[in-house]
Ligand binder design. Structure first.
Ligand SMILES: C[S@@+](CC[C@H](N)C(=O)[O-])C[C@H]1O[C@@H](n2cnc3c(N)ncnc32)[C@H](O)[C@@H]1O
Length: 364
């Protein structure tokens, strides 16, 4: 009897033979029943081929602040050209191409914000990420070279000081990544806060908490919670400015220094995936040791293998490869690591937008 793997292999060979056949493609394009599928497939393939042009066009819209200029309502092309600092014909071309991506739309002789443009403006962190992608774009200019050298060694690795450089990093080294993380944090905090009841706890410690944007969001939702933040010294300094004196700031290296105790909830938000398996296990063991009996660890970050997340997993895989440290892990891999670190009750949580972050809790 054939195994399910054999049957799947046969099915894949048959399917690929049909889809790849020019004769079938011609037939599907003419058939009224198959035409919608054929068009959808052609569109998906085109997006795969041309995706880099979309990203670069988006980068131009962000750099010129084109979408910001439409925030208040439609404007004429000449007005926009003057505002974004482009000659009229160049501005017209930028607007036409942005229209194709739903970023702007025509309204008589004027231009208005398109639905994708409005969604983008609603999440300021996205614009920051688009601008930041200049670094990843440079590292991906030769993707095979990046893969062959095992990642790192480029612009993105220099941006994330702790990825490959030695030392904790001074104020200048940590500023760019800390600001970027703070700008993109609200989307992530929304996932964690929707997935987990923070009001079950008395004291929360956010490890790798950056400038404190996550703890600020937690405080708005559960003001009575005592808060502490642990991060590298120069980042801790930045968080003091945002969080004020009401929050305990612990400065140190979580791979070499002891973690503070006395917190019944510890959070790792977009932290674990930054680290290779050995340091990631070291961190989980340290957290396990710092938690009291009955305490909880909450991990929230984008995870590999997330159903319905499309190419998001590939994006994070390449991003972390270019950064030179860490990898996105599946929920199962994180669960296994938690158990190996001595955690017993591992519970995946539902987040509203898993492509932004999935979440899991564990207790000693
Ligand atoms: C990707 S950022 C996430 C920041 C924040 N949790 C967020 O989601 O916005 C990772 C954070 O971990 C901190 N970090 C990295 N390695 C560290 C180490 N060895 N000790 C302490 N903090 C570290 C970085 O400084 C940075 O703030």
């Amino acid at each position: 009897m054939k195994s399910s793997t054999d049957l799947r292999e046969q099915w894949i060979a048959w399917r690929n033979g049909v889809i790849g056949s020019p004769r079938f493609q011609r037939f599907a394009a003419r058939s009224p029943f198959l035409r919608p599928v054929a068009r959808r497939r052609a569109r998906t393939l085109f997006d795969l081929v041309a995706g880099f042009t979309y990203s670069q066009l988006l980068a131009a819209c962000i750099e010129t602040r084109l979408l910001d200029h439409l925030r208040g309502g439609p404007r004429g092309a000449d007005d926009l050209a003057a505002r974004i600092g482009l000659p009229a014909d160049a501005a017209e071309r930028l607007l036409r191409t942005a229209e194709g991506l739903g970023l702007v739309e025509r309204l008589d002789q004027r231009w208005a914000l398109g639905s994708e443009g409005a969604a983008l403006l609603g999440n300021p962190g996205i614009a920051e990420m688009v601008a930041h992608h200049r670094l990843l774009y440079a590292d991906l200019a030769d993707p095979l070279a990046l893969l062959r050298r095992g990642g790192g060694g480029g612009a993105l690795s220099r941006h994330w000081h702790y990825a490959e450089a030695s030392g904790a990093g001074d104020a200048a080294a940590v500023a760019p990544y800390s600001a970027l993380m703070a700008a993109s944090q609200p989307m992530v905090a929304a996932q964690a806060l929707a997935a987990y009841r923070f009001d079950r706890h008395a004291r929360v410690l956010d490890i790798g908490g950056g400038e404190g944007a996550f703890l600020s969001a937690v405080a708005r939702a559960v003001p009575e919670l005592d808060r502490g933040l642990f991060d590298l010294p120069a980042v801790g300094e930045r968080s003091r400015a945002r969080l004020g004196d009401g929050v305990a700031i612990h400065r140190g290296d979580f791979l070499t220094d002891p973690l503070p105790t006395g917190y019944d909830l510890i959070t790792l938000i977009r932290v674990l995936h930054d680290h290779d398996d050995v340091p990631a296990m070291q961190l989980l063991r340290a957290v396990r040791a710092a938690l009291p009996p009955g305490g909880t660890l909450l991990i929230a970050e984008p995870m590999a293998g997330t159903r319905g997340a499309g190419g998001v997993g590939s994006y994070f895989e390449l991003y972390l490869l270019a950064m030179g440290s860490g990898r996105p892990r599946t929920m199962q891999e994180i669960g296994a690591m938690l158990r190996e670190a001595g955690f017993r009750r591992v519970r995946p949580l539902r987040t509203p937008l898993p492509l932004v972050a999935s979440a899991v809790t564990a207790r000693p």
